[in-house]
Design a protein around this ligand. Structure first.
Ligand SMILES: CC(C)(COP(=O)(O)OP(=O)(O)OC[C@H]1O[C@@H](n2cnc3c(N)ncnc32)[C@H](O)[C@@H]1OP(=O)(O)O)[C@@H](O)C(=O)NCCC(=O)NCCS
Length: 151
């Protein structure tokens, strides 16, 4: 049976869970504890979490720029034992809803070219592959830039 979860904005008491999720999900380009703390408070960011009975099953980090109608999905991750159960898709949907709510018309993201799971998730949900970004990540890996119109 799928676990029930709800998507909400992150709070300062989610910091430990956000850091743990980041460490278990990414080998490089990790968001630090101090950065999570800042992003939770910042008007130019949104941190969404999937909450399952008080524990964090996933998160998404979005950035907004004043005067821009393009939002950036900087990061999205779900815990290993929650994967394949719709949590990632729900976070992506919530991220798009948040961007629309703030008047954005496009969502942009970068994804490592070998991350077939994430690429499948994005492309199935309307993200279009725009451009390859050579050496985009700290470890030198390339990214695909994807965009989706939100209107
Ligand atoms: C990418 C990630 C967020 C997906 O989260 P999830 O909770 O497993 O996602 P969901 O169960 O909602 O599935 C969403 C879509 O992902 C894709 N997907 C999920 N598991 C997959 C798998 N094992 N193989 C291929 N595609 C898969 C599918 O397109 C799926 O949509 P569908 O069920 O309609 O076919 C998760 O795998 C993750 O945290 N990975 C590590 C961090 C990461 O790479 N983040 C992306 C950085 S750009």
């Amino acid at each position: 049976m799928s676990p029930s979860f709800r998507i909400r904005h992150a709070r300062p008491d989610d910091l430990d869970a956000l850091v743990a999720l980041e460490e278990s999900s990414f080998d490089h380009d990790r968001v630090s504890r101090a950065q999570w703390r800042r992003h939770i408070r910042a008007a130019s960011a949104a941190v969404l979490v999937a909450d399952t009975d008080g524990s964090v099953a996933g998160c998404a980090l979005l950035f907004f720029r004043h005067g821009s109608k393009r939002a950036r999905l900087y990061s999205i991750a779900t815990s290993h034992d929650s994967r394949g159960r719709g949590v990632g898709a729900a976070l992506l949907q919530a991220a798009e809803d948040e961007a629309r709510k703030r008047g954005c018309e496009t969502m942009r993201l970068e994804v490592r070219t070998d991350n077939t799971t994430a690429i499948a998730m994005y492309e199935k949900r309307g993200y279009l592959r725009r451009k390859r970004e050579p050496g985009f990540y700290e470890n030198g890996a390339d990214a695909w830039r994807h965009e989706k119109p939100l209107v």
